[in-house]
Structure formats: C-alpha cells, structure tokens
Design a protein around this ligand. Structure first.
Ligand code: BES
Ligand code: MN
Ligand code: ZN
Length: 514
C-alpha cells in the first residue's frame, strides 16, 4: 500500500507572505493548486499569489475553454513568475440546482478534494490555496482533505513490479492553506479516522481469498482492540453450542473454519442500548454445490464487503471516539463445493429455532445473516440493527450500481438512512417488503426455503431476513452493486469501494450521538 498523503494545514496569510516564488525545498515535482469560481474568479489571496502569472493563466484558460466548471482543471507547467513546477487551476464553480431555479447546490467539498487530487499528474509536493467561491468554513477544508485522501487510496500490496513513473507511487505531501488552520486541523481529526476506516474496508474487500479466509478476517478485526474496541470471536464449537445451524451449514464444505466476530465500542456516557451493524462476510462464494459459472467468479472474493464495511465503520467510530454504544457483528464463512458440503434438499435449523430447506446453496448470504441477526437481537437488544450484504445479483438489475437497495420495517430508520445517503453520496433506495412476497419462500418440508423463485429476488431475500427480526427496528442494505466493482469516482478508484462506512458513520453522527 502506498502511504496515504500527509495532510497539513497552514494559514493562507503565511503563503501570501512567502511570495510567489516559494514552493518549499525538496524532492519531486511541486504543484500549486488554486480554486476558480465561475468565469475564472479567484479569491483575493489566490489572486495575489498568482498575480505574476495572471496573463498566462488567462491565455491558457481561453485556449482550453476552461471556465471554472466544477471538477474540471487547467494545468500550467512551470508558469513564469511562480516558483512551482505546475499551477493547477481546479474548477469550483457552484453547480446549479435544476429543481430550484438560480439556487446553487451546496458544494461537495469531498468530491472537489478528490477531483483535485486526481489532477496532480505526479506532483508530490502540493500546496492548495483553499479559497473557494462562496462561504467555506473549516469543515469544508477538512472535507476537501478527506476527498483527497480517499482518492489517493491504491491497493498494490501484491505488485512486485513498479510502473516506470516512480513518482506516482511516492506519497504526496499535501499542504492546505486556509483562513483558520487550527479550526481546520480540529475538523480534520475525526475525518482522518473515517478515512482510515474506509481504507480498512477497501483493503479487506481487495484482499485475495487465499489470504483473507474467515480466521484471518477475524484476526484483522481483532486489531481494533488497539483502538479500544472489545472484540469477541466465536469459533465453530461456540457456534454449534449456540445452535447456529444456518451459518454453519454454509461453511461446512470449506477447509476454512467459520467464525462470527462481535466488536463492541462503548463511547456513550451512559450504558445506553447499543446500535448494531451486521455484515455478510462470505470470504469466497463459489456458490457451493449449486456452483456458479466460471466467468467473473473471482469477484466473489468481495462477497464479504458487508462485513468489511462493519469493521471499517467500527474503526471509524473508535478512532473519532464517537459518543455512541455500537455493536458490529460479522458472519465469516467460505462457501465451497466438497464431499462434506451442504446439498440442495438439506434442512438446517437456525439459532432462532426456525428450519430452512436449502433449495440453492448459492443463496448462502441470507443463511449466514439469519443466525447473526438473531444472535445480536437476542443478546444485545439493540436500538436498531442495520445489516449490509452483497446479497443478490437481482439488486443490480433493479438499481444498477448507483444506489444500494434498502429494505426496512421502520420508516424513521429508513428516512435517516436516506438523509445520510444524500449527505455522503452513498445513496440508498427503498424497496418493498410485504406479506405477499413472504409466501414465495414458504417450504413444503420446513418453515421456509432459502430461495423464492425467479422474480423479485432481492425482495424475497430481504423477506427471508425479516423472519429473523422481531420488534427491533431493522434495515437491510443490499450492496451487491455498490460494495465492489462499482464505477470509479472522484473519491474512489478502488475495486473494493468501502461503500457504507461513510454512510453509517454519518447516520450515527447525525442521529445517535450525544
Ligand atoms: N454473493 C451473491 C450475490 C452477488 C452476485 C453479489 C453478484 C455480487 C455480485 C449471492 O450469494 C448469490 O449468489 N445470490 C444469488 C441468489 C439466488 C441463488 C437466489 C443470485 O443473486 O443469483
Ligand atoms: Mn451466493
Ligand atoms: Zn454470496
């Protein structure tokens, strides 16, 4: 993993005082990043610093038809009169909100930071004059830094041959000049913890399945103890005693033993009921005896993205010392075909006592979650449970890769998730649950079957999960389309996206802390 960029905040006034020739000393190419509003408007300090190159900037902008459109950039090499190897003008003009005429959309500074970082072209000593059009506070500057750090993430642990451009792998030293550096530093601290949580989730999803099997995944989760999280690991014996027959049935064809990990962060002042997050952690999903086709089967190393998100979230909550009591529970299994593997036709008994007829061994995620949801609800009596799972291919048919599917028994929790989604860009779209779908998973031989037929596959899967939730407010997020292999964005270039860490951190921060 390349070191993530170092972030430092300095005062804009100091940069102005240092004069136009300053770029600090050091190895590697330097770049000065400035922000331009509509029709290339610069803030007053930015204007002062770039004044010696004003004519060249104007000429370059005209030639490139650069108008300051948000996310676009103008790259000037060694501009005369400035001491920098490049001057990168990043467009930061407010986007017009189509629904409200003339009203500007609130600036997405996380996205802007990511977009700016994407324009560095190999520069490793970088100063940003953070003087965007309109009002911008310390939180805006810290958001910008967060976006840059998220964008910088790369998973290259297993590359032994570097690309020719050595500079590209050197960590970037990012200096952000702001009006109030102390306030920006304070706002940056919790975001740094959040960025680390996202990176941790991405790492787990990107790791190959021969390295990251259930036991190793549990070891990685155990490392959260360093942050003050208590971590309990249930092995096969403990799970057998608890009666987790649904989860254990999925793992029984693998030489890798299953695990359940429960992480607990107690950050609230009072011993309040915890909030709870549950993740599907299928470290590799071959489909089992109902084996998947070979094409893209390698992607099924990411079938633990829900569990990865829960671990990343627990990291973020602990790192920023969130004032909340939170449980993170993950069911870790490997779904493999084998002489000892589960068969279609098998009937298993879940921890809840309900029996399940296995129709398709590839519908394994719901079996894992059934036992973990039940265990968490029974043991911790949480205020709510949110589960995340790369549960169905059908959710991609319905929603593509932009939105995760949201299924819930609770309107308030759904509304809050929707708001947190809009705030972070990790968007959710609510899908139905209804008794009529429930009938589709009734079984001739057991209390239910694990598939519901061709239609409404994501809904019948959610309907199945609901049978393991009693009165607890609960939401299920189907992240098959968003947790892995989603299109690259300004703030994510990684296959494992770490989707959900920012969403749920925001849910906690906005509605359950204090
Ligand atoms: N892990 C898969 C779902 C999945 C597919 C996630 C593609 C990400 C990308 C899940 O375990 C699965 O196999 N679901 C089946 C369910 C079916 C057998 C009822 C599916 O979606 O086809
Ligand atoms: Mn499957
Ligand atoms: Zn799966």
């Amino acid at each position: 993993m390349p070191a993530s960029p170092t972030v430092e905040f300095v005062s804009l006034a100091d940069i102005v005082a240092a004069g136009p020739a300053a770029n600090g000393a050091g190895e590697g190419a330097s770049a000065l990043v400035v922000l331009a509003g509509e029709s290339m408007a610069f803030g007053p300090q930015t204007q002062r610093v770039t004044a010696p190159a004003a004519a060249a900037i104007e000429r370059a902008a005209r030639a490139a038809k650069f108008k300051g459109k948000s996310g676009s950039a103008l790259d000037l090499l060694a501009p005369h009169g400035l001491g920098w190897d490049r001057l990168i003008v990043v467009g930061a003009a407010p986007k017009k909100d189509d629904s409200a005429k003339d009203a500007a959309e609130p600036m997405d500074f996380v996205g802007l930071g990511g977009a700016a970082f994407g324009k560095l072209n190999g520069a490793t000593r970088v100063a940003v004059l953070f003087e965007p059009p309109g009002a911008a506070d310390a939180a805006a500057a810290a958001d910008f830094a967060l976006g840059a750090v998220l964008r910088a993430y790369k998973f290259d642990l297993y590359r032994t041959k570097k690309k020719d451009d050595a500079d590209k792998d050197a960590p970037v030293a990012l200096t952000i000049a702001v009006a109030d550096p102390a306030a920006a530093r304070a706002a940056h601290a919790p975001r740094a913890g959040l960025a680390d949580g996202v990176a941790l989730a991405r790492n787990l999803v990107n790791e190959p399945p021969n390295v990251l099997y259930p036991e190793e995944f549990a070891n990685r989760a155990k490392e959260l103890e360093k942050l003050g999280v208590s971590v309990e690991i249930l092995d096969r014996k403990a799970m057998t005693e608890l009666g987790m027959g649904a989860l254990l049935g999925v793992g029984q064809g693998s030489v890798r033993e299953s695990r359940v990990v429960v992480m607990r962060w107690n950050g609230a002042a009072t011993p309040d009921q915890p909030v709870a997050f549950v993740g599907k952690g299928v470290c590799f999903d071959s489909g089992g005896i109902s084996i998947k086709p070979a094409a893209s089967m390698e992607d099924m190393k990411g079938d633990m993205a829900g569990a990865a998100c829960v671990v990343g979230l627990m990291h973020a909550l602990a790192a920023r010392k969130a004032k909340v009591n939170a449980i993170g529970a993950i069911g870790l299994v490997e779904n493999m075909p084998d002489g000892g593997a589960q068969r279609p036709g098998d009937i298993v008994r879940s921890m809840s006592g309900q029996t399940i007829e296995i129709i398709n061994t590839d519908a394994e995620g719901r079996l894992v979650l059934a036992d973990v949801l039940w265990y968490v609800q029974d043991k911790y009596k949480p205020r709510f449970m949110v589960d995340l799972a790369t549960l169905t291919g059908a959710i991609m048919v319905a929603l593509g890769q932009e939105y995760a599917g949201l299924f819930s028994n609770n309107d308030e929790l759904s509304e809050r998730l929707k708001k947190a989604g809009e705030a972070t860009g990790e968007k959710v779209w609510r899908m139905p649950l209804a008794p009529a779908y429930d009938k589709m998973i009734d079984s001739k031989f057991a209390d239910m079957k694990n598939t519901g037929g061709r239609y409404g596959g994501s809904i019948t899967a959610a309907q199945f999960l609901q049978r393991y939730v009693e009165k607890t407010p609960w939401a299920h997020l189907d992240i098959a389309g968003t947790g892995m292999g989603s299109p690259s964005s300004d703030i994510n270039q990684s296959w494992g996206s770490g989707w959900g860490v920012r969403l749920l951190d925001r849910l906690v921060r906005d509605f359950y802390e204090g």
